[in-house]
Design a protein around this ligand. Structure first.
Ligand code: MG
Length: 372
């Protein structure tokens, strides 16, 4: 089998939440082969446009290669000068081809370890505490057993507002009071705090029985995380967006700067990159929590990884939704059917070949623009 072409279909996905953009650009990458099998994913990180690099630089590199030489291509796309997300996009599309060629879902090719896992809701950002409380109760009612907050201080980023860190502590306390002690809660501060704020919030959510404390400090502040971990007993989760992929994570493990490794197929080198990171974590008896990957096809890719590694506990569902409409539609936007979540809040492994769920071509082509 040989790669014969690469193309990109650009589509604008409506973004339903009250905070944030009106649309998110989805660049559907297609890698075509001479045997008629095509591999797909959505290319690029959030807000990042890698279409011209893929079409002008990567297309000539890949045409004529065997798409099953995934490791070879992974090495080629890690070369100096290419954005890291190029490697992730090409890798996911090649695994999709490999699964389709084998007639198996991708997790079967890696080595399946389970067929379902618990999922949690990760909130989008809201402007007041009652909205977060209503939301937590609504998703609990739908069967989810765990819930993660992206708190009010995120409005520093979205609205340019000076939100005091005590607002986040109030939020965490009120959500805990509403959902009760047995619901799993976590806080993802998304790099918003300085060191004193991070200590203050961490001590508060420890008391509130939160399960983990994610990304309080700047993403590259390895020494800050080491200091913070010495102040807190709550597990600290870092490395979601660290630059440099697999090899950049070695110091985080060796310096004991995080209690988890973390990443997604988009930023961390695709399915191949995430499997390598999970195995690195496994060698140190660390969990590797897979991050919601910004869009449906990459969420499916992450799900396939999760079904083939033992050291990831939770499937993350980032749930931006229209005010009052508590859905998880963003998880599967652009697929012909949703990723399966059962009434007890478990996600189930894909069973069909490749990434495992077909693309809704009608939807994507409706406002789609073919690039290059
Ligand atoms: Mg996060």
């Amino acid at each position: 089998m040989k790669i014969i072409d690469i193309s990109i279909l650009r589509h604008q996905q409506p973004f339903p939440a009250a905070v944030g953009p009106e649309h998110v650009t989805l660049d559907l990458l297609t890698i075509a082969t001479d045997e008629g099998i095509q591999g797909h994913t959505f290319a690029g990180g959030p807000g990042e446009d890698i279409a011209s690099v893929l079409l002008d630089v990567v297309r000539p590199m890949l045409i004529g290669l065997d798409p099953l030489d995934i490791g070879r291509v992974w090495a080629m796309t890690g070369r100096r000068g290419l954005p890291a997300t190029v490697r992730g996009a090409v890798d996911v599309a090649l695994w999709d081809i490999a699964g389709k060629a084998a007639g198996l879902p991708v997790h079967r090719l890696i080595g399946t370890v389970r067929d379902h896992a618990p999922a949690y809701i990760a909130t989008w950002v809201h402007r007041d505490i009652p909205t977060y409380v209503d939301e937590a109760l609504a998703y609990r009612e739908m069967g989810f057993t765990a819930h993660k907050l992206h708190p009010l201080t995120q409005l520093r980023h979205f609205d340019g507002k000076q939100v005091p860190v005590t607002d986040d502590i109030d939020l965490c306390a009120q959500v805990r009071a509403a959902v009760g002690d047995r619901h799993v809660l976590a806080l993802d501060a998304a790099w918003a705090y300085d060191y004193p704020e991070a200590v203050q919030v961490g001590l508060a959510i420890e008391e509130l029985g939160y399960a983990w404390y994610e990304d309080p400090l700047a993403a590259d502040d390895l020494y800050g995380y080491i200091r913070l971990k010495q102040q807190l007993s709550i597990p600290l989760m870092a490395t979601e967006v660290t630059q440099g992929g697999l090899t950049a994570l070695a110091p985080w493990v060796v310096e004991r700067a995080t209690d988890f490794l973390r990443g997604d197929v988009v930023l961390k080198g695709g399915i191949t990159g995430m499997v390598k990171i999970a195995h690195l974590a496994e060698a140190f008896h660390l969990p590797c929590e897979i991050h919601d990957a910004y869009n449906s096809l990459n969420n499916l890719a992450g799900l396939n990884v999760m079904m083939a590694i033992a050291n990831c506990q939770w499937f993350e569902i980032l749930a931006p939704h229209a005010p009052g409409s508590y859905d998880i539609d963003a998880l599967s936007y652009g697929l012909v059917e949703p990723i399966t979540i059962d009434p007890t809040g478990n996600v189930h492994a894909p069973t069909r070949p490749g990434l495992g769920i077909d693309i809704d071509w009608e939807l994507l082509r409706a406002s789609g623009e073919l690039l290059g």
